[in-house]
Design a protein around this ligand. Structure first.
Ligand code: TRP
Ligand code: SF4
Length: 400
């Protein structure tokens, strides 16, 4: 019914590190050539936890967007924007809040987890409770088919699906829906109409999912339908409601266990990260001083890559033959740890050269960056306004 859009957001944390690149950005770069993608800076989301330190937002936004571009996000292909510059997100959040049961939000695992983890902050706020609903608004606004996220975000996508279903259930009613749907079927043309009916019956009477899929494809390939008819026909396939907001699917980003320089998961807050555009001597120093298999005290002690965080970096950065060399050399004490680290250092520095080169034009001329975002905000806003027109209408708010 809607183009298969991809939507994802990132909180503005400032300059990004290699964990962000291998955990998320690399995936975004791949997706942008397969789907229309919208990527945005979730600045309002940052305020839900850091409302008392707005300085975390300002510059961080631009540093982060530079890193997106450095990673290879192409503003010609992807729409890049800032959440707060598309105020429709706030409107949709508000409207969805009317019918969202409190229990659904209280049950989201991150709600309690984060309150405990960030115990130095007062997160018993209205805004923080609404965090996942704001996220649902971000996604539903663009009728996204796919949302690339890490595992921790999956409950939020599930919630988004429930919110969409509830919304369609409550507001997808329309006086005379059946009649209008039947009229719309006729407008498909007799051949398509017949096929649509047959597939609909097969789905409704036998629960045949393939028939449902085929019928959806048929609608996708019927060019001359009005938006209203399209929504009716999609809704009528499954029941007797219009589908106004479509249910997204999480695209689980393969968990890259990118270790930080202390062997724990790489994270800015652990102080163990390597920046995407960090200076080469600093990167070299960090990797050279990384801990290795604790059992390898002396050069002559054999080691076990399975217990060594440097090995995790080889998993990300090295080819098979280098990895064989590591495995053999480590377990036989044939190579030293510094020797073992060198190919990783080389690979990281090489990767960063690309990042640094791609970032340079935006550092030299920040107006380029501002223009990309201004353009992205305009594009996003147009799409958002289309959705809001439909949402307002079904909620009785189009007072013209
Ligand atoms: N909650 C997400 C995170 O912390 C960021 C986010 C906000 C997001 N809105 C989104 C991700 C919409 C995907 C889609 O990582
Ligand atoms: Fe780790 Fe490599 Fe040293 Fe083995 S040789 S302990 S894999 S750094």
């Amino acid at each position: 019914m809607f183009p298969e859009r991809v939507v994802s957001g990132m909180r503005p944390t400032g300059a990004l590190h290699l964990g962000h690149y291998h955990g998320a950005l690399k995936n975004w770069v791949r997706l942008q050539s397969e789907y229309p993608c919208l990527f945005f800076v979730a600045d309002w989301h940052a305020l839900t936890t850091h409302y008392d330190s707005p300085e975390v937002i300002g510059n961080n936004i631009w540093e982060m967007v530079i890193d997106w571009l450095a990673a290879g996000i192409d503003p010609q292909q992807s729409t890049l924007f800032i959440q707060s510059r598309v105020p429709e997100h706030a409107e949709l959040h508000l409207l969805l809040s009317m019918s969202t049961p409190l229990g659904w939000l209280e049950r989201v695992p991150a709600y309690k987890d984060q309150q405990e983890k960030l115990s130095d902050r007062d997160l018993a706020t209205y805004g923080f409770l609404g965090y996942p609903l704001l996220q649902a608004a971000d996604i539903l606004m663009y009728r996204a088919a796919f949302v690339p996220v890490g595992e921790d975000q999956v409950p939020h996508i599930e919630l988004t699906r429930e919110i969409a279903r509830r919304f369609n259930h409550l507001f997808g009613r329309e006086p005379g829906f059946e009649d209008k749907a039947r009229e719309a079927v006729k407008r498909l043309g007799s051949k398509r109409a017949k096929l649509y009916q047959a597939l609909r019956t097969r789905f409704q009477e036998q629960g045949d999912d393939e028939a449902l899929q085929q019928a959806r494809e048929l609608l996708d390939q019927s060019p001359n339908l009005s938006l209203g008819d399209r929504e009716r026909l999609f809704g009528w396939l499954e029941g007797s409601r219009k589908i106004i907001l479509s249910e997204p699917q999480a695209l689980l980003t393969e968990a890259s266990r990118m270790p930080g320089i202390d062997g724990q998961k790489m994270s800015k807050s652990y102080g163990n990260a390597i920046g995407m555009r960090e200076a080469p001597d600093s990167v070299t120093r960090k990797i050279r001083t990384m801990p290795t298999d604790p059992a390898r005290v002396r050069r002559t002690d054999p080691g076990d890559p399975g217990r060594c965080p440097v090995w995790q970096l080889h998993v990300v950065y090295s080819d098979d033959s280098t990895r064989d060399w590591v495995r053999t050399g480590c377990t036989s004490a044939g190579i030293g740890c510094l020797e073992c680290k060198q190919p990783v250092i080389d690979a990281v520095l090489k990767e960063q050269t690309g990042f640094i080169e791609r970032a340079q034009p935006y550092i030299d001329d920040p107006s380029l960056l501002r223009n990309i975002i201004a353009d992205g905000c305009d594009r996003a806003r147009k799409l958002a306004q289309e959705t809001m027109r439909d949402v307002r209408e079904v909620m009785g708010l189009s007072h013209d």
